[in-house]
Design a protein around this ligand. Sequence first.
Ligand SMILES: NC(=O)c1ccc[n+]([C@@H]2O[C@H](COP(=O)([O-])OP(=O)(O)OC[C@H]3O[C@@H](n4cnc5c(N)ncnc54)[C@H](OP(=O)(O)O)[C@@H]3O)[C@@H](O)[C@H]2O)c1
Length: 340
Amino acid sequence: MLSSRRKTLENRKLGRSDIEVSVLALGCWPLGGGTGWGDEDERESIATIHAALDHGINFFDTAEAYNDGRSEEIVGKALADRRDRAVIGTKIGPSYTEPSVLRQYCEASLSRLQTDYIDLYMVHWPITTHSVADSFAVLDDLQREGKIRAIGISNFGVRQLTEALQTGVQLDANQLCYSLLSRAIEFEILPMCQEHCISVTAYMPLMQGLLADKYRTIDEVPPFRARTRHFSGDRPGARHGGPGAEVEVFAALDAVRSIAQELGEPMANVALAWLMSKPGVTSVLAGARRPDQIERNVKVTSLVLESEVIERLDQVTDALKQVLGSNADYWQEGENSRSR
Ligand SMILES: NC(=O)c1ccc[n+]([C@@H]2O[C@H](COP(=O)([O-])OP(=O)(O)OC[C@H]3O[C@@H](n4cnc5c(N)ncnc54)[C@H](OP(=O)(O)O)[C@@H]3O)[C@@H](O)[C@H]2O)c1
């Protein structure tokens, strides 16, 4: 008979920085609406951010690219009079890290966020078109000037991480896709981050609803959510062209569902608790757009899975892990993979 325990929402240290972030963060991509998200009510988004703070979530993840800057604007508006209680992470697109424009993009984010410092400034995807060293030198300058508290990266593979580390800049976080259905980083990237004391912050922890048991068959998954390498490359909008792993995905989901049922917990709770148990994971970025979703997700952080449950979850998702392999880019593969 499987069992679980309860604990309170904890904070964890971000890399080697002096920043403490809540283990559950608010993923702010949906805020502001836009492609795939539909219309968004600004008052509700702001209420969601306030509810998060009130429930002990201090870490807010956004990006200049999210809904053309609207996500940053809403985060800025919501936190303007409570900035000292929040840790804001935002990201810059790799092409904008070209040294002649990087500073201008950083200033634009600062302005949308209504703040004079960004706690964690991340390079959203690896840089391929110009010198990594030159870009990180500007980030280093911005950190010295106090405009950035910590420098992070996102979606960087082992080779790119090595290159970034060689610049000598202190990296405090690597934001990566990680969930029971997306375990590529376990092969090499997660151990390397641990070795260098770089926090992993996990995005798409519920695999856009699949691990919340929203979809029982492939036909139920909306096209916008079926573009990753988990699904056939024939699906609308897919860019990877590969065979996908649909049989393994739904077999893994069936097995996770039955473990969750045995525990008497919703599948989403088990999926989030599994991630929070993984060494090297500092924070889990779960999306929410309404205050009641915050309440529901915060309850999850109290769930502690016994090691026996974690091992069972590892086992039942291993076949999928092996098929999808070590490529941390779940949208593109082969020569087109952006994470190397
Ligand atoms: N660095 C990067 O390249 C990158 C890429 C992607 C995401 N991110 C970050 O990661 C954050 C999270 O990613 P995500 O929102 O795509 O993925 P996610 O958290 O895996 O999925 C969010 C979706 O799952 C459903 N959901 C969430 N909690 C639920 C619950 N307790 N019960 C039932 N359904 C639930 C909701 O679907 P419905 O909307 O249908 O209710 C929600 O939209 C983003 O907001 C963003 O900040 C970063």
